[in-house]
Ligand binder design. Structure first.
Ligand code: TXA
Ligand code: MG
Length: 348
């Protein structure tokens, strides 16, 4: 299949450039499009055949439900059962933006979207291109991240082209994604408001509106079963093996012990380092990628997936990553990093 690529300058474009991809969506095709979090692979959420294609193209397990994207609140009415006043408050504070809310699903939503659950995840993206695309299409758009299952989510169009070119109808090139990590998934379908996946909207920010909100136990403890089906799968994995450094304090002694570990455990491997600017400076004799300034966690978050893919382009075997404080967006960063590492660590 030939994939049409449409380049859009985010600052300066006419909406009519979105007429073609909107028509593709309406007619049951697949369109990858930029959002403020990561690129999504979209289809008409009410078209069962199109949804089946999404699962096939991504190689996604059928028990992992999709997020439905909307462009205005009125679109919720058809998709979900009635919801409470506190949910309305959350919506008015955080939508449009990087927050997905899990509701009790209406009968209209196909069971292939919800993977047979009685709940449905919905998000209103703040990206102007995403919003306009959904509005012109005139249908709710189901969209997982636009990567092959298991790979890091795409934060720039080249990642989408690498994974999906030739397999889908259209890719909208809208430049790099701002947040760089997927949305926070917040379950409001049960008594206890619960964060199932940490993301762009932090626990701290949500607590201001819902003081009782908690993290799903599975986020803190590997033994518990995740409530978001997708959270149990291996994810965000580059070809290289990732290890997270524990107890690194920037001292010469610890740097020496890392060099010793490399000599002993990875003698013939291409070893590289990833972390904040000051971290990678400590390893100048190795290939390394800086994620950004150590005091700018948003920048570090937005560069994580891009960097994991860049190591593969450089045929790196082993990535040794700095670990970050689990606070604010640092929670989402460490969640993705630990998954990409398959929870492997180097303890100094
Ligand atoms: O930022 C994002 O959320 C991006 C952009 C494209 O919007 N999308 C995204 O979709 O990350 P995906 O499919 O890669 O991740 C969706 C996550 C999965 O972990 C899935 O299990 C969870 O949301 N999810 C979807 N529906 C759910 C439901 N009804 N109950 C619990 N978890 C659900
Ligand atoms: Mg994904």
């Amino acid at each position: 299949m030939e994939t049409k690529i449409i380049k859009i300058d985010q600052e300066n474009y006419f909406n009519k450039i979105l007429n073609y991809p909107a028509k593709v969506l309406r007619e049951g095709g697949l369109v990858a499009f930029p959002t403020e979090t990561v690129y999504g692979l979209g289809c008409n959420a009410l078209d069962e055949e199109a949804i089946t294609k999404i699962f096939e193209v991504k190689g996604r397990p059928g028990d992992n439900p999709l997020i439905i994207h909307i462009s205005e609140i009125e679109m919720l009415d058809d998709l979900v059962e009635d919801y409470s006043g506190i949910v309305k408050k959350v919506i008015s504070k955080f939508w449009p933006g990087p927050l997905t809310i899990v509701f009790k699903s209406s009968a209209l939503v196909p069971s292939s979207v919800t993977a047979g659950l009685d709940t449905v995840a919905v998000r209103m993206p703040s990206s102007a291109i995403a919003q306009k695309l959904i509005e012109i299409a005139g249908v709710p758009v189901a969209a997982p991240s636009a990567n092959l299952s298991g790979k890091p989510s795409p934060t720039s169009v080249n990642h989408v082209i690498d994974d999906l070119s030739g397999k889908i109808d259209c890719i909208i090139d809208g430049g790099d994604c701002e947040v760089g990590l997927e949305s926070t998934v917040l379950d409001m379908s049960c008594e206890q408001p619960t964060i199932l996946r940490p993301g762009g909207i932090t626990l701290e920010a949500l607590k201001k509106v819902i003081p009782t909100v908690v993290y799903d136990a599975a986020l803190e403890d590997q033994e518990s079963i995740a409530k978001a089906p997708g959270m149990k799968y291996t994810h965000y994995s580059p070809e290289a093996a990732v290890y997270i450094l524990e107890d690194f304090d920037y001292s010469d002694e610890k740097i020496k012990s890392i060099e010793k570990i490399i000599e002993k455990d990875f003698p013939d491997k291409k070893v590289a380092f990833m972390g904040s600017k000051s971290f990678v400076k400590k390893f100048e004799n190795h290939f390394s990628i800086s994620l950004g300034d150590e005091d700018n966690m948003n920048q570090i978050a937005s560069n994580l997936f891009r960097s994991l893919r860049e190591f593969d382009e450089n045929d790196i075997d082993i990535i040794i990553s700095e670990s970050f404080e689990v606070v604010g967006i640092g929670h989402a960063v460490m969640n993705r990093l630990r998954k990409s590492a398959g929870y492997k660590t180097i303890n100094l």
